[in-house]
Design a protein around this ligand. Structure first.
Ligand SMILES: *[C@@H]1O[C@H](CO)[C@@H](O)[C@H](O)[C@H]1NC(C)=O
Ligand SMILES: *[C@@H]1O[C@H](CO)[C@@H](O)[C@H](O)[C@H]1NC(C)=O
Ligand SMILES: *[C@@H]1O[C@H](CO)[C@@H](O)[C@H](O)[C@H]1NC(C)=O
Ligand SMILES: *[C@@H]1O[C@H](CO)[C@@H](O)[C@H](O)[C@H]1NC(C)=O
Ligand SMILES: *[C@@H]1O[C@H](CO)[C@@H](O)[C@H](O)[C@H]1NC(C)=O
Ligand SMILES: *[C@@H]1O[C@H](CO)[C@@H](O)[C@H](O)[C@H]1NC(C)=O
Ligand SMILES: *[C@@H]1O[C@H](CO)[C@@H](O)[C@H](O)[C@H]1NC(C)=O
Ligand SMILES: *[C@@H]1O[C@H](CO)[C@@H](O)[C@H](O)[C@H]1NC(C)=O
Ligand SMILES: *[C@@H]1O[C@H](CO)[C@@H](O)[C@H](O)[C@H]1NC(C)=O
Ligand SMILES: *[C@@H]1O[C@H](CO)[C@@H](O)[C@H](O)[C@H]1NC(C)=O
Ligand SMILES: *[C@@H]1O[C@H](CO)[C@@H](O)[C@H](O)[C@H]1NC(C)=O
Ligand SMILES: *[C@@H]1O[C@H](CO)[C@@H](O)[C@H](O)[C@H]1NC(C)=O
Length: 666
């Protein structure tokens, strides 16, 4: 009987009728796979074969678009034969990556404006923006709120921000990013709509658990979020999987950049996240980490399979459908364990606090407050060097948390990998680092420091100053280039890409909305998107009409230096205007520019770090809390998590309170 089921599922898959979850629901299923299939590979700083062959499709398309962008951008700069030479030879074409930071819906919307400014499909982007740069880029990474943005675009057949805006203007049905009502009460005053939405969510999550999989709040969170990202799909894409993108024409044909989402690993038995954490990436082919503490990638399509060192424990039998798109997008944004760490520092109404504390503490005993990937796809992997902790591969579970919790709120780690060979990375920073919720470079500082710590092996990042210098020199008020001179970076492991830092800053709208604002009116949404567009373009090129050409100079810089070539002479002025030149101005800053205090729970990613200059200085708590509380439980793991699910069903009210709690916090 079981065999027959395998065959049926396999037949459906083979027919290619449906590349979604084999059950067409949230529940993963058994499928057949090759007897000798190996579901993990050693990272070893090499790209997967799949990514390499995908790049063969993408490279010529991106090169052509980038060349026309550069032409447009530098059209009134003096001409340089070097540019033509560069693009005439496929091995010298510059490569571009874009990274969108976290910061909740603020980051999603403001980042959307920044991406829109680079997209030639946006109204006005080719006239007063960076239109065409997105078409010329090779990678597009997102983290937390930034991954909601990149995931929404990529997994909706590479839709555009302009299309999403048009839906808002036209008040279309199934509007993407309709945030009029928070995910807590999606029906607004229509409580029946809200109620049935939550019934569907808990049914889906419960069904996954009934099929034998561990669940966590990330399942609930991801399911709830997905209705805003995939409104055209049945129940927000309840059966829509991440690996489905491999079969989408626009991806297969290399017509879009390679999307990547970032999350952090949490070592079993701890609650601390710092720069020693393992940074995970999810791409359409695999998930895993380049870091020495894992050094391995797993095939994302077969997540959920019980494996030992990458081989299915039951030969020829794999699980498929585990990689639900909303679940993975939720994984990059599981902010819940930060609550737990900081709950007592808040000033909430007592009864809500009690409920939330009780609920979350209870869950934390099973680490249910984070995204659980179980069975652990890296179980018994033999890829970690012996002088690093083996705790991740020894655990039954893989625990992932919000990608910003190590303070690296911009997903740069995947894009600075030497093998990806990028010349320039656009770092879109929509973090709320300061008391007034603007960025102050904290994320760049963290990634810079990381290269000198535990995870620094095989990693390089340009020099950046401290946060006070960012504020005092206004490096967070307009785009700034870091690492302009490769000759000054010979002490680093390799020459990293030049970083074009694009901070969220004030233009036509208050783009510094709270991270915890969970509903936006259409007007607010459009306002934040527009302000993002202006942040990325120096006010639609009105603050500096040469900014567009200067972006061209930044893209060409690495190749120009390595080939000893000459750039258009205007680039000298660009580098004077936009490159950080090594000046430090670290005097104290005023209160509104000061870094936000640690009481802000998540945002707090940005806030919880110490001022220490060392890569290991950002720990805020110890793990003793969680191990102490786990001694309270007398139930077995399975009964306990079963009860957890019943609670989800029976106590939607409790869940509402948690979301309401998030929403009301700031
Ligand atoms: C997969 O098959 C095994 C039996 O071989 C069964 O115990 C398990 O419940 C099945 N899993 C799913 C998700 O259907
Ligand atoms: C990825 O590459 C492997 C080995 O080269 C190949 O067997 C597999 O079919 C590829 N997968 C996809 C989705 O292209
Ligand atoms: C945008 O760029 C792509 C790739 O270069 C090109 O095919 C397309 O025609 C452009 N679209 C617009 C509206 O300019
Ligand atoms: C390029 O043109 C703009 C106006 O169209 C002008 O303001 C700017 O100075 C020009 N730049 C150069 C380098 O000539
Ligand atoms: C292309 O550039 C590479 C690297 O600079 C060089 O080795 C190669 O000879 C060039 N090819 C052509 C056709 O010019
Ligand atoms: C900047 O350009 C965007 C996109 O074309 C537009 O929506 C916005 O109104 C412009 N801003 C200003 C201040 O003109
Ligand atoms: C993407 O396009 C395909 C083919 O047109 C369509 O079937 C599918 O529903 C689209 N996916 C989304 C998420 O819109
Ligand atoms: C919060 O405070 C309560 C009572 O003061 C205490 O029992 C609980 O352990 C504290 N929780 C945390 C996470 O510190
Ligand atoms: C570039 O010039 C430097 C010194 O002027 C020289 O050492 C180097 O070999 C040159 N590189 C190339 C690729 O010509
Ligand atoms: C470096 O930048 C600072 C401020 O940004 C400026 O005051 C100084 O003149 C610059 N130094 C050089 C050598 O250009
Ligand atoms: C140049 O390198 C030194 C370290 O050798 C560093 O302190 C300085 O900040 C760097 N300057 C720039 C502009 O990156
Ligand atoms: C990070 O790891 C290094 C090397 O194992 C260790 O010395 C350091 O204390 C760790 N830092 C933190 C914050 O745990």
């Amino acid at each position: 009987m079981v065999q027959v089921n395998y065959l049926v599922v396999a037949a459906v898959l083979a027919a290619g009728a449906d590349a979604w979850s084999p059950t067409n629901s949230y529940v993963p299923a058994n499928v057949t796979c090759d007897d000798d299939i190996k579901l993990i590979r050693e990272a070893s700083k090499t790209l997967s074969d799949n990514e390499t062959s995908w790049l063969q499709k993408r490279d010529p398309i991106a090169a052509e678009a980038l060349q026309s962008f550069i032409h447009r951008a530098m059209s009134n700069f003096s001409s340089s034969s070097f540019v033509e030479t560069l693009f005439a030879n496929s091995s010298t074409v510059p490569k571009v990556g874009i990274a969108a930071s976290g910061g909740g819906y603020r980051a999603m919307l403001s980042g959307a404006g920044m991406i829109a400014a680079m997209d030639n499909r946006t109204d006005g982007a080719n006239e007063h923006g960076l239109g065409g740069l997105l078409q010329g880029s090779t990678y597009l990474a997102g983290l937390s709120g930034g991954n909601w943005l990149t995931g929404t675009l990529a997994w909706n057949n590479w839709t555009s921000v302009q299309d999403i805006l048009n839906m808002a203007y036209n008040e279309s049905d199934n509007e993407i990013w309709d945030l009029d009502h928070s995910i807590v009460t999606p029906g607004g005053i229509n409580i029946f709509k809200t109620g049935s939405r939550w019934d569907h969510i808990s049914d889906a999550v419960q069904a996954k658990q009934d099929a034998g999989f561990n669940i966590s709040l990330a399942d609930v969170w991801g399911r709830a979020l997905a209705y805003n990202f995939f409104p055209s799909l049945y129940r927000g894409g309840v059966g829509y999987t991440w690996s489905t993108l491999r079969d989408a024409d626009v991806f297969k044909n290399g017509e879009m950049p390679f999307p990547i989402s970032v999350a952090d690993g949490r070592y079993p038995g701890t609650t601390v996240i710092n720069l020693n954490a393992t940074v995970f990436e999810f791409n359409p082919f695999e998930m895993g980490s380049w870091d020495p503490t894992l050094n391995s990638f797993a095939d994302v399509k077969y997540l959920g399979t019980n494996v030992s060192n990458g081989s299915p424990v039951n030969k020829g039998k794999c699980i498929a459908g585990y990689d639900n798109t909303g679940f993975i997008m939720g994984t990059s944004s599981t902010l819940f364990n930060q609550f737990l760490l900081q709950l007592n520092t808040t000033s909430l109404p007592k009864f809500i606090q009690k409920l939330a504390t009780h609920y979350l503490t209870d869950l934390s005993e099973d680490s249910n407050d984070i995204a659980i990937y179980a069975p652990n796809p890296f179980r018994d992997a033999s890829t970690i060097a012996s002088n690093y902790s083996q705790s991740i591969v020894e655990s039954e579970y893989l625990f992932l948390v919000d990608g910003g919790e190590d303070l690296e709120n911009i997903p740069l780690v995947p894009l600075i990998q030497k093998q990806r060979d990028l010349d320039v990375v656009f770092a879109l920073d929509n973090s709320a680092d300061t008391n007034s919720s603007w960025p102050d470079g904290t994320s760049l500082v963290a990634t810079y420091q990381r290269q000198f710590g535990l995870q620094g092996n095989g990693m390089a990042f340009p020099y950046v100053p401290d946060q006070n210098t960012f504020i005092n020199l206004g490096l967070n008020k307009k785009p700034t280039f870091f690492g302009c001179d490769a000759r000054n970076m010979t002490d680093l492991e390799y020459v990293p890409p030049l970083i074009v830092y694009i901070p969220n800053s004030l233009h036509s709208y208050q783009g510094n909305q709270s991270t915890f604002k969970l509903s936006y009116s259409t007007k607010e949404r459009i306002g934040v998107i527009q302000n993002g567009f202006e942040s990325a373009t120096r006010g639609n090129l009105t603050d500096d009409s040469d900014f567009l050409g200067c972006v061209g100079c930044a893209i060409l810089r690495r190749k120009q230096q390595s080939l000893n070539a000459t750039l258009p002479s205007e680039c000298d002025q660009c580098f004077t205007n936009y490159c950080w030149n090594g000046t430090i101005a670290n005097a104290a800053v005023n209160a509104s520019d000061a870094r936000a205090s640690t009481t802000a729970i998540l945002a707090a990613s940005a806030a919880s770090g110490s001022e220490s200059d060392s890569a290991s200085g950002s720990a805020t708590a110890t793990s003793s809390g969680s191990s102490a509380s786990s001694t309270h439980t007398t139930k077995t793991k399975s009964t306990k998590s079963k009860n957890g699910a019943e609670m989800l069903n029976a106590q939607n009210i409790g869940l509402f309170s948690i979301f309401a709690f998030v929403m009301n916090f700031l």
